[in-house]
Unconditional design. Structure first.
Length: 677
């Protein structure tokens, strides 16, 4: 009989051989060559590192084939994108929607953009195919075989289309193929086909750890000038003269030498002044993962006071008690110091973002951090009744949370409505249905399923529909319109809307735009006003498009919002409130109601520090009405405001949703269908 030791040896050897076989298999070709009937590597025109008319090709495979040759799917995948594309260079492309007939779409683009395109034969479809590992294959130069929808599944070997022309510097009919990682970075397009690769991964230079004053000033001025030229909503925050004075004062404070981390903190001060729900300034520096030190009692700013929000089981009797001083400093003294620890992504006078930051993260503000010499120092808390307590700092064990079950409620406020599949459709009861939207970045198949759900609730005459937009950062306008059209009638409250930009083209060097190339054609000046404007063709209340063939949802809509509801979430909540279709419940949205800056973005990389900024370019004005319901500079204000509270953090369920369901039951019981001011 085989001994136990020998059995384990043979089992280990078998597993090792299986692992080796799998590893060997993975090294071979895994993708099907995209030209039907051809072998991998056949008829390649250009490989990575080849030059095309003195232009270096970094990560594309250009494959020749007779026009009309069939292009097949290299692997089982999901359609991530489908569009018309025209490549003006190997790194710059113009993209246009492709939702229906290919020939019609080409004709429309040609009629509108002929002056900006070369030969029209190089305007072709590009399809993005998301693979199981999260990476995406992009194939360009196609005439699609049929209309594709994003989110649609396609199979290995399935016909995608036929060959057209891929790039205006290549005379032969061809397609181009590239692969990007799940993180959007270029990948080798040759090895997955079993080919000897010529691809070279881009070398990312390591940023300097220390900057001279001249380098820091150069980066600061680069950012400041980019914002001044590109960002059209600067004067919502301050006049241009005030801005220039602020920039010069900050530059004057720069030391002769500073670390990259210190420069990041200086950029954070800039970010405090120039804040926008769509403006992202990367001033964070990476740090090695570590177990955080947190106090055994977590202080929070609630209703203008400091209170004990969370505590260990040993000190849970202190939860809810008011704190007058921390390490000898009062609330006003702590807040006199700059709050460097928070990002400031909100518009104009929106208050909910700072309220939530102070509610959840007050311990991490600079005022408290500067009151301690070392991370491990205890926190001395003085309570309103005069008691003084030295609160120990302890390491947070993920497997055994310091604050026990209360930590779940704390985390829920920050992560509620973040669904794994990006949305959640449920019928909660005979009266109420629920749509949880984590994002508006949904594909067409996902959008269709949400629209179908709303139409089913319309057919059932479901009295109440909850749309949860908490922690939803926004996304695609097409998704917003598809959902809005199911909820609002064609005859809507008339608004004055328009778009505004600073200029047609820009001189600022960016990572994603061609310097000096027109990107805002059609925008016109208006006498007496700065910038350029694009007015809608009609200011009528009804949206453009075909007449509706289906009924609008007839029931009451309840929209949940909070400080994480931005962009499209704000617009949807604002539309429901403006047209009095239901109640907005919760907290003020992150983006402003009247307008926010978005649509097109410029990515600006700072030369010396390697920090970067993503700057929105289009001021989108939705409604100029200012009144008590829609105060100037604020987000969508809820009809039923439910402030953050200790009760919500320490509740076992979804506190805000439960409050909403109570309101629905009350409204249905009383028959109240009025919209509260």
């Amino acid at each position: 009989m085989m001994s136990h030791v020998l059995k384990r040896m043979f089992l280990a050897l078998g597993l090792l051989m299986l692992w080796a076989m799998q590893g060997h298999a993975q090294e071979g070709p895994t993708l099907l060559w995209p030209i039907e009937g051809k072998q991998a590597g056949e008829d390649i025109l250009y490989r990575p590192q080849d030059y095309i008319d003195r232009e270096l090709n970094l990560d594309n495979l250009f494959i020749q084939a007779p026009e009309g040759s069939q292009v097949v799917c290299p692997t089982d995948a999901v359609v991530r994108s489908i569009s018309l594309s025209y490549y003006s260079s190997l790194t710059q492309t113009m993209g246009f929607p492709l939702g229906g007939d290919f020939g019609v779409a080409v004709a429309e683009v040609k009629a509108k953009y002929a002056s900006r395109l070369g030969p029209i034969r190089y305007l072709a479809a590009q399809i993005g195919l998301k693979m199981k590992d999260g990476s995406t294959i992009y194939i360009s130069g196609l005439r699609p075989a049929r209309p594709f929808k994003t989110g649609q599944r396609v199979s290995r070997g399935e016909l995608l289309g036929t060959v057209l022309y891929s790039y205006h510097k290549i005379n032969e009919p061809s397609i181009s193929l590239s692969i990007s990682s799940a993180q959007g970075k270029p990948r080798d397009p040759m090895t997955p086909f079993g080919l000897k690769t010529t691809y070279k991964a881009p070398v990312v230079s390591k940023p300097k750890a220390t900057l001279s004053r001249a380098e820091a000033e150069a980066d600061y001025r680069q950012l400041a000038q980019a914002i001044r030229e590109l960002y059209p909503s600067l004067e919502d925050l301050m006049s241009l003269d005030e801005y220039d004075r602020f920039v010069e004062a900050e530059i004057a404070r720069l030391p002769l030498q500073l670390s990259r981390r210190e420069f990041g903190r200086i950029l954070s001060r800039y970010n405090r002044q120039i804040h926008d729900s769509h403006l992202f300034i990367d001033w964070q520096t990476s740090s090695s993962p570590r177990t955080p030190m947190i106090p055994e009692i977590m202080p929070s700013k609630v209703g203008g006071k400091l209170v004990a929000l969370l505590a260990s089981k040993r000190l849970e009797r202190y939860i809810g008690r008011e704190i007058t001083h921390i390490n000898g400093r009062s609330l006003s003294e702590l807040e006199a110091l700059e709050d460097v620890g928070q990002r400031h992504i909100y518009d104009a006078g929106v208050r909910s973002v700072l309220e939530r930051n102070h509610f959840l993260k007050y311990f991490f503000t600079e005022g408290i951090q500067l009151s301690r010499k070392r991370e491990s120092d205890p926190i001395r808390m003085t309570f309103a009744d005069g008691e003084v307590l030295d609160v120990p700092m302890l390491k947070q064990d993920i497997n055994k949370p310091l604050y026990g079950q209360s930590l779940q409620g704390y985390a829920r406020v920050q992560r509620v409505n973040r669904h794994k599949d990006r949305f959640d459709l449920r019928v909660l009861s005979d009266t109420t249905a629920y749509i949880g939207l984590s994002t508006f970045e949904l594909n067409e198949v996902e959008t269709d399923s949400i629209v179908a759900f709303i139409r089913e609730m319309t057919r059932r005459r479901q009295p109440a529909l909850v749309i949860d937009l908490r922690n939803n950062p926004g996304g695609a306008v097409e998704v917003l319109e598809a959902i809005t059209n199911e909820l609002l009638p064609r005859e809507r409250v008339a608004v004055k809307s328009y778009s505004m930009v600073n200029a047609v083209a820009f001189d600022t060097p960016t990572l994603n735009l061609v310097q000096g190339e027109p990107i805002f054609e059609g925008y016109k000046p208006i006498e007496g006003r700065r910038g350029l404007y694009l007015l809608p063709q009609s200011q009528e209340a009804s949206p453009e498009g075909e007449e509706r063939t289906t009924e609008v949802y007839p029931g009451r809509v309840y929209v949940l919002t909070d400080a994480g509801s931005a962009s499209a979430s704000t617009e949807l909540a604002g539309s429901i409130k403006r047209n009095r279709r239901g109640l907005v419940i919760g907290r003020e949205t992150q983006s402003a109601y009247h307008c926010f800056t978005a649509q097109k973005f410029a990515n600006v990389g700072l030369k010396h520090s390697h920090f970067y900024a993503v700057i929105p370019l289009v001021r989108c004005v939705f409604d100029e009405t200012v009144d008590e319901r829609f105060p100037r500079g604020r987000g969508v204000m809820p009809d039923l405001h439910i402030p953050l509270s200790l009760e919500e953090v320490h509740s076992e369920g979804d506190y805000l949703l439960e409050r909403t369901l109570q309101q629905i039951r009350q409204d249905l019981r009383t028959g109240d269908t009025s919209i509260h001011p």
